[in-house]
Design a protein around this ligand. Structure first.
Ligand code: R2B
Ligand code: URA
Length: 309
């Protein structure tokens, strides 16, 4: 939803507030964000979160804590980065850290896990009256025809048939939603990557699957019902459709942000090239460095937007 506001110079500008698409929400006396262990009656959400402008989400709780500590140092904020408190400490479903205007949250693995987190996150941003918020998913992925360690900024989040859509079953019916992401943010991220060393970055389509093994055409799961030729044929088709990486959350992330007028971007590093194999054999220290790459890129973007560089 757009609201006309005035900046410090008295000039008019359009403020983009967070638009929940649920007519029932405002009729509720209290909203309990169960999986965050937060609520509208128990917490002052505008006080706690009103200043948030950037929300970074990622699968692992450890990685999102490390990101919070990293962005704390990058933004040169007062206090000890080592002492950041998990806002969701009342639950072990997700972790959440607030660092100035940045919120860092974990979402677990797969569409169902991130989707629950996103419902509660978007409601939280709405209740907190946040505006002009940009969301980023920082993740890992399997590359399709790319050198391991390449960062993919998602152009289109696509499903198993390479279409930019997310299918949700609601009341027994399949509802299809568009997964368009913000082009401007993606282009700005690419520009940021060109200003950084050692950050090979491409724009490409990201395929979202509901499984890491058979769903991503892996032959190393407990079950496999297809041949090596069939697998390579599927990966080749994906490549020809512009797919450059495969992960497990991008379509629902894109669809929900779009429905709620939130600018969003997906930035995932590739851990391997799926044309070369299925198992992730890269040494641990190399994987740790790869996983920092989306964080370094997004930190640079945030610092630029805040006018710090
Ligand atoms: C990337 O990595 C996880 C699977 O290993 C999954 O959450 C994803 O999207
Ligand atoms: N995450 C995925 O979903 N797939 C991969 O191949 C690697 C990380």
């Amino acid at each position: 939803m757009a609201t006309v506001s005035h900046n410090r110079m008295g000039n008019k500008y359009i403020e983009q507030t967070v638009h929940v698409k649920n007519p029932y929400l405002d009729t509720m006396e209290e909203d309990i964000l169960y999986h965050f262990s937060l609520g509208t009656k128990t917490h002052n959400l505008p006080d706690m979160f009103g200043e948030i402008k950037f929300v970074c989400v990622g699968g692992s709780a450890t990685r999102m804590k490390a990101f919070a500590q990293f962005i704390h140092l990058e933004l040169n904020l007062p206090g000890n980065a080592e002492e950041l408190e998990d806002i969701c400490k009342g639950t072990d479903r997700y972790c959440m850290y607030k660092v100035g205007p940045v919120l860092s949250i974990s979402h677990g693995m797969g569409v169902p896990s991130i989707s629950i987190m996103l419902h509660e996150l978007i409601k939280l941003l709405h209740h907190a009256q946040c505006c002009d918020v940009v969301l980023f998913r920082l993740g890992t992925s399997g590359g399709v025809g790319l050198a391991p360690g390449t960062v993919v900024v998602t152009e289109k989040a696509v499903d198993y048939s390479f279409l930019p859509q997310f299918e949700q079953v609601i009341l027994g019916k399949v509802i299809t939603r568009s997964t368009e992401l913000d082009e401007g943010v993606a282009q700005d991220l690419l520009q940021c990557s060109s200003e950084l060393q050692n950050l090979p970055t491409v724009l490409g389509n990201t395929m979202c699957t509901h499984d890491f093994y058979e769903g991503q055409g892996r032959q190393d799961g407990a079950v496999c019902s297809f041949s090596q030729e069939e697998k390579l044929e599927y990966l080749q088709k994906a490549y020809e459709a512009g797919v450059r990486n495969i992960e497990m959350e991008s379509t629902v992330f894109a669809a929900m942000c779009r429905m709620c007028d939130l600018k969003a971007s997906v930035i995932c590093v590739t851990l391997l090239d799926r044309f070369e194999g299925d198992q992730i054999t890269t040494p641990h220290d190399v994987l740790v460095e790869y996983q920092q790459r989306p964080q370094v890129l997004v930190a640079h973007f945030i610092k630029k937007r805040l006018g710090l560089i």
